[in-house]
Ligand binder design. Structure first.
Ligand SMILES: C[S@@+](CC[C@H](N)C(=O)[O-])C[C@H]1O[C@@H](n2cnc3c(N)ncnc32)[C@H](O)[C@@H]1O
Length: 212
C-alpha cells in the first residue's frame, strides 16, 4: 500500500532542511550497500526525530534497533550537554557500520552502542530515560514497551516506528507475522490508560507516546 503521495513526500523534503553531510553519507552508503536499506529512517523522519529531541532536550535516550546509525545521530542532536544515547543493535555487521559513523561524528562520546539482543540488554541498563525510540523486530514491540516503561520518567516519551507496517496493520486480518504483531501492539497501546498517545502519519507511521 502506498501510504504517502510521492508528490507530497517530494514537496515536504524540498521544503525541509537538508540532511547534514554525515547523515547524507549514511543514507547513501546504506542505500548502495545494504540489502535492507529501506529500514533506515531517512530524511523526513530523521528530521522529525531531531526536532522532537531538540524540543524534549533529553538527558538519556534509548534506541532499540541502531541499524547503520542514522536515527541515533538524529536523536543525539537534542541531547543536553551531559546527555547520552544508548543504542542497541543485534547484528554485529550493522553495529560495526554504525560505530564507524558514530566515531566520525561530534556525538562520538555521547553515543553508547550495545551489540546484542535488546531483550537482554534493556534490563541491565541502570538509567531513567527521557526518550525511547523502539525500531527493532516488530514481534518484540510489546515486550520492548513493557521492558522500557518502568525506566521512562513521568512525562517521558516513547516513539515506536512502522506502526502501519506498510498498510498491513490497517487490514482486518493482516497476512504477515510482522503486520499481525504491529496490529496487536497498536491495540495494546490504545487500551492503556497510563499514557497519552497519537499516531503521526509520517512515513510508515510513528507512535508518539507520553508516560502520564
Ligand atoms: C528498522 S532497523 C532500525 C533502523 C534505524 N533505527 C534507523 O532509523 O536508521 C531495525 C534494526 O533492529 C535490529 N534488531 C532486530 N532485532 C533486534 C534485537 N532483538 N535487539 C536489538 N536489535 C535488533 C535489526 O538488526 C535492525 O538493524
Amino acid at each position: 500500500m502506498e501510504l504517502i503521495n510521492p508528490l507530497v513526500q517530494e514537496y515536504a523534503e524540498k521544503f525541509s532542511s537538508a540532511e547534514d553531510a554525515l547523515l547524507k553519507e549514511i543514507n547513501d552508503f546504506t542505500t548502495t550497500n545494504h540489502s535492507e536499506y529501506q529500514m533506515l529512517s531517512g530524511h523526513l523522519q530523521g528530521k522529525f526525530l531531531e526536532m522532537a529531541s531538540m524540543m524534549i532536550r533529553p538527558r538519556r535516550i534509548l534506541e532499540i534497533g541502531t541499524f547503520t546509525g542514522y536515527s541515533a545521530l538524529c536523536l543525539a542532536k537534542g541531547l543536553t550537554d551531559d546527555g547520552q544515547v544508548h543504542t542497541i543493535e543485534l547484528r554485529e555487521n550493522d553495529a560495526a557500520t554504525a560505530k564507524g559513523f558514530f566515531d566520525r561524528s561530534i556525538y562520538k562520546e555521547k553515543i553508547i552502542l550495545h551489540t546484542g539482543d535488546a531483550k537482554k540488554i534493556v534490563s541491565i541498563l541502570d538509567e531513567t530515560f527521557d526518550l525511547v525510540f523502539i525500531d527493532a523486530d516488530k514481534s518484540g514491540y510489546i515486550e520492548y514497551f513493557n521492558l522500557v516503561f518502568p525506566k521512562v520518567r513521568k512525562n517521558g516519551f516513547i516513539f515506536a516506528d512502522n506502526i502501519f507496517f506498510h498498510g498491513q496493520a490497517i487490514e482486518a486480518e493482516p497476512s504477515g507475522k510482522n503486520g499481525k504483531a504491529i496490529k496487536a501492539f497498536n491495540e495494546f497501546i490504545i487500551n492503556r490508560t497510563d499514557i497519552e498517545k497519537m499516531i503521526l502519519t509520517l512515513r510508515d507511521g510513528l507512535y508518539l507516546i507520553r508516560k502520564k
